[in-house]
Design a protein around this ligand. Sequence first.
Ligand code: ZN
Ligand code: MN
Length: 139
Amino acid sequence: MAARKHSRQRDSIKEFLMTRKDHPTADIIYTNVRQRNPNISLGTVYRNLTLLAKAGEISRLNMGDGVDRFDADISPHYHLLCEKCGSVVDLELEDFSSVLEKAAAHFDGHVAGHVTYFYGTCRRCTKSVPPDMSETSDT
Ligand code: ZN
Ligand code: MN
């Protein structure tokens, strides 16, 4: 009974994440999953996200700003953090695997993976600020 409840909670967390392309934080996932699972706690959501990430069913993103984000898309791809609005968007690069191969060629040992993120300004933020205003106003 308890195990079924736990896996149901985990399923609903993963199902919600699969509907989102914007790499939500645990807080955002909690706020949304709670609407259909009123008894779920933030701790439970966080624990299940950690379990899912360790099992390789989702990926956990560290974009250097101290907030973990989550992605149901586990295919190899990079991400870009918009420094203006904080959004994280997918970035496809064709030579993803060659980065590992190049690293391995320069390292006397085993290279297991790499973490890279890009930062800049997303398309919406680039369009919303006139070029001559970009340095002055942040609000
Ligand atoms: Zn932006
Ligand atoms: Mn992604």
